[in-house]
Write a new protein. Sequence first.
Length: 468
Amino acid sequence: MFRFILPLGLAVLFSNPVVAQTPAISQAPSVAQAKAVAPAGTVDRPAVPPVSSQNTTVWTLADSVRKVLDIAPEMRAAEAEIAARGGDLSQAGAWPNPIVEVRADNRLGMEDGRGGVDITQIALSQPIPLRRLAHQQNAAQASLESAQANRSSQRLLLEREVAHVYHALQLAAAKRRLAEERQQLVADYLNVSLNASRKPGADRLVRYLTPLERRRLAILHEEANQTVAVAEREQQKALLDFCALLALTSGSQVEPVALTLPAAPASLAVLTRTLDEHPALVTARKEAEASQAGIAVAESQRLADPTLTLYREGGYIAGQRRDATGLGVSMQIPFWSSSGLVVRARAEFDRTQARFEVVQRDAHSRLELAHSQLLRLLEQSERLRTNLLEPAREMFALTRHSFAVGELNLLTLVDANNTYFDALARYLELQHESVLASADLRLASGVSLLETLNPKTATDRSIEATTK
């Protein structure tokens, strides 16, 4: 009789399957999701607390960019350059200062026999800039506009630097949450296998694990622990880099928003329409214009400005004191001057013009490359999600269910576990690469992140440029 009752009892025991579901695919898997899908019969364990707390500040990419633009020394240097070029422009249109000359000698004392020293001449000289002021103003104006465009170019470079640091923090936080979730699931498998650790009244064990399988689970659990440790170290490094860039204290609690795929970009034709207004192109173009105006400045400076002098000179005429008033003009005779300044100015213009052509050529290639890279990454991400991540999730769910009822062994469960979490980790990597490609595209197209948040986007500006 006992031989019949024992198999019947085991059959009833194993007919109570474990409800096993895999975590839903999300942008950033959480530990709470892992706990929600833990198998029945596990020991109730407190979940690992998330990074965020009441003292944690949630930073968005736009907030980070604004913060860096307010404190970055690069922006202060650009502003100082604009102020300096503005000073050059105000000085470029100013006339040379007049010269006052006073002469004192003893000539009058010798003539009247009284002796002594007296003022004999007072002169006021004014250089007259006949040609060079207009050329200087043109060159200074172009230099000022070049500095203003360079400030916008520095903003774009800082935005990309902030994006790289911020997205690295996003990826590190997502990897840590994923590692903690993986660790939680492995811990749940171990809890199911431990008969002695079950609380009174808990669900009965429905899956017997051999000592070899328990040893394999213990190894898998330690691998998960090591993965969590690496993820925590990478997140700490990314957090330190982020705090250093934003001038935050090292102990600041910072949490980025969840890592997501960027929106599909505008067409290449739309982005190309506004490429001529790229700050880097404008900077190089204005530098070339300033150098071209510098040629005219150099040509106008081959001759010094003529000087008009008004003087009053004391003297004696027919034994009486008489002061003479006169007007004189002095001009430079170019005996020894050469055309060296003009040659140098022309060479400088050739250099800046060549640099502008290089920037213009590279701007088109960078824009096309960044646009194609982002489209390819978005397409690859969607294909991975559809053809790999979704099937891996379903396979993981089925494998956990079959393992719980004893249909599959532990190696199959471990393989399904690794396949699903590796696919999810690869999806996070693709998300990270996509947001970096989006940052590169913003830099290549000359569109600021803060500008895209405003109603008037790059597409609107391109339409306006086309209508003009």
